[in-house]
Design a binder for this molecule. Sequence first.
Ligand code: HEM
Length: 487
Amino acid sequence: MTDTSTASAGSVPLAPRAWPLLGHALPLLRYPLAFIMSLSGYREMVRVRLGPSSAVMICDPDLTRQVFLNDRTFDKGGPIYDRIREVIGDGLSTCAYPLHRRQRRLCQPSFHPTRLAGYGAVFARAATNKAGSWRDGDVLDVTQEMMTLTTRATMETMFSGALPAETMQRCLADTAVIVSAFFRRMMTPALLRRLPTRQKRRYDDARTRLAATIAEIIAERRADPTDHADLLSTLVAAVDEESEDGRRQLNDAELADEALTFFLGGMETTAITLAWALHLLATNPDVQHRLKAETDRVLTGGKLDPAHLPSLGLASRVVTETLRLYPPAWMMTRVVREDAELGGVRFKGGSTIVLSPYLLHRRADLYDEPDRFDPDRWLDAQPDRRATYIPFGAGARKCIGDQFALTEAILALTAIVDRWELTPVGDQPFQPKVETSLSSRGLRLRLTERRSSGAGDAERSAAAALSASVQPPTQPGAAACPVKHGK
Ligand code: HEM
């Protein structure tokens, strides 16, 4: 029976300036953030068109929460995930509802708190080495540097750092090509996507090569099943006790999809978050000064250690606030599996829904002075992680690597700010490059060493050698409480 009190999705207002054929693809490609923010006047939802198909963008936190919590109806899908699925098949982040719970049970042990403690030690060491590899007066390509750092940390936590430098380099270069193609491919109509252009060939080659590299790594690990205390060992050993025979494990193809998922999902997002955090600190010297005071108080001249984490309150708030202002996954899509009602609107099965953390995080009715960087807005307020603060998504599909990423980011910020003062280069405001993620590509900052004699040349050369064994790809990531918070 049809509920006559609900309206059809077609009655949701269409965003202005849709072009014939292309719809809103042009503003979404050219100035996506301004376009998204122009929609914040729509309180609940608004329709946008991508080529011939249209999608409904949810602008309201409570409706966003309802979408996240009902993942059976509002399932992973839509243009972003269709493109990502081309690369990682039915891995944890792309698989549809019927597969998801089982995949999640098999992947969860890799992110168990007991494993995270070991990963934290890797993060602290990698960040300290990275910070030790720079020189006074250096102007950093911040995103490249943070990509190198998170790549090294991801590789070490995933594969115990046992990969030859050449293999790491190949994975990185292929990852950069793939990630950079996602957004454009998502906006391109299917017919044009199939044209055999040079870009498409590069993309297809990178996909095939990366899959082959990961398959090689897995074959080697199968041949030597000792526990390396890394992510891959945990994945290989994972058993789904809730499966029919209680012994279901990941097969080789599934393992490859999951390894690729963690690889693609973890590296770039955390690197971008760190780059934005450093940018915000450089442009807010008072906060940077207070953060240095925190590192002095907590580290007291000793080595950075994951045990310091509970005392790094300001570093943690800086990361929280950075993810509010620059959520790497600035929009996410869902597909409606069967006819459903949301906010008084009837959606037909197959409709696409868009959620945008960027839009919600910058709504003036949810946050005081939403564009201002103010880590202290989180002193008394806890983020509402299901509706108004969603950099990691929410519900059953929430990011499985959130604690992994936060641990890595807080430790890295601490290691860097402890040793270096960061200042902007030039006086032009730096703008995000909008791709599948909110990229900080091209960001440059100047370094001034805080302690002249902190590291001898020997220590610096050792750190530089360690960091240099992995070079970032040339185009990193060109690549996912309705109460006011704040003071
Ligand atoms: C600051 C860093 C990160 C951010 C901002 C981030 C963001 C997100 C978001 C928004 C989602 C949900 C997407 C959706 O619902 O459509 C997600 C899911 C996911 N993320 Fe992350 N992520 C980060 C780091 C990581 C890391 C380090 C890993 C792994 C090593 C990871 C692996 C995943 C996986 C596997 C999923 C899918 C979970 C599921 O569907 O059950 N992410 N991430």
